[in-house]
Design a protein around this ligand. Sequence first.
Ligand code: PLP
Length: 453
Amino acid sequence: MTPQTPQPNPEAGAAVKAADRAHVFHSWSAQELIDPLAVAGAEGSYFWDYDGRRYLDFTSGLVYTNVGYQHPKVVAAIQEQAARMTTFAPAFAVEARSEAARLIAERTPGDLDKIFFTNGGADANEHAVRMARLHTGRPKVLSAYRSYHGGTQQAINLTGDPRRWASDTASQGVVHFWAPFLYRSRFYAETEEQECARALEHLETTIAFEGPSTIAAILLETIPGTAGIMVPPAGYLAGVRELCDKYGIVLILDEVMAGFGRTGKWFAADLYDVVPDLMTFAKGVNSGYVPLGGVAISGAIAETFGKRAYPGGLTYSGHPLACAAAVATINAMEEEGIVENAARLGETVLGPGLRELAERHPSVGDVRGVGMFWAVELVRDRETREPLVPYNAAGEANAPMAAFAAAAKEGGLWPFVNMNRTHVVPPCTVSEAELKEGLAVLDAALSVADQHV
Ligand code: PLP
């Protein structure tokens, strides 16, 4: 797609910014320490500000615009749905909702054939956990440290990163465990095989000490995203599946970030041939054009609620506008080979390009990922793996990650900076030329990070 030419309009930008600073209370932020960019427009892999500065978006928003910005087929589908039937309550059968459920169910692995729609990822996880507890009659859920499952009360408690501390009410029946991550191994492992075996042993010990008959579910991001895009070793998820079967525990895979083409497959679970009992999704299902998430439910769990009511729901569940956007997104992905594009360019351009940067830049400690789902981990010292100091929200001029981010933006690339990592997560529609353009900017920005090694 040829990007539109941004038309500068600094006065309009200043007004947008002033109203934002006066009245918008931003997520995860100290309100007085942030300086949000006023965005004027977006198309494909780019967005631009009111000064006419264009950025190549290596963040896909919050890793959700899998078909890029303003995909014409998705925009048209939303417009058509709005003209025909903007909204209708969830208790009715509505064409856009039925069609979205059918298209999703046809792509999810195994017998995950029933779709419960939510408004996003956090509520999808909340409902998946509730379904698992009601299905098993057990109270606890095991989830991993270094995970993110959403910002609502149960979902933030399920999350295994420090953001949950502020709202952690003794984790409400949640027990955390360590999932595999060889680069910073908890298990003193030297190989992926060792890491995998020890992580599975640790999980089984955790199950034993918690008591299998008290555990409803194990919830895992198939590939943990926010916490660092940690691609699990071959065999780990199959091993978790076996443990779940052995102890009658429901396996919930969170594919909110990894799903819908991000990894070069429809779902990351397809990379490992693992079928969960429940699978949550959001983001890429309709590229976030209208909020939508959901839980894909196996036959056995759906049966639990065959004659017994499922005690849960949301006013906007399966909103027709969101579902019409999902139908158009999935169809566009299929028609335009977008999932294949993510797989092919991940393997031939982005992965090799990032690894080549790692060879030349001493600040790069690790590069890992698949498809359009990559993390570059920046370190002070490759030997000790000491992280470059975390990104400082106060934006201290000499904080290395802030300097890295500023250099990238200066070069026309919007990076996803999280702690000592930059996640490289362009839209799945990105072109080879755009990836090369972005890699060149990252090259220059990493030279800035190198100065702190
Ligand atoms: N699960 C995962 C893996 C996520 O990455 C996210 C959001 O980043 C969520 C759940 C929460 O989704 P939402 O912000 O739509 O509630």
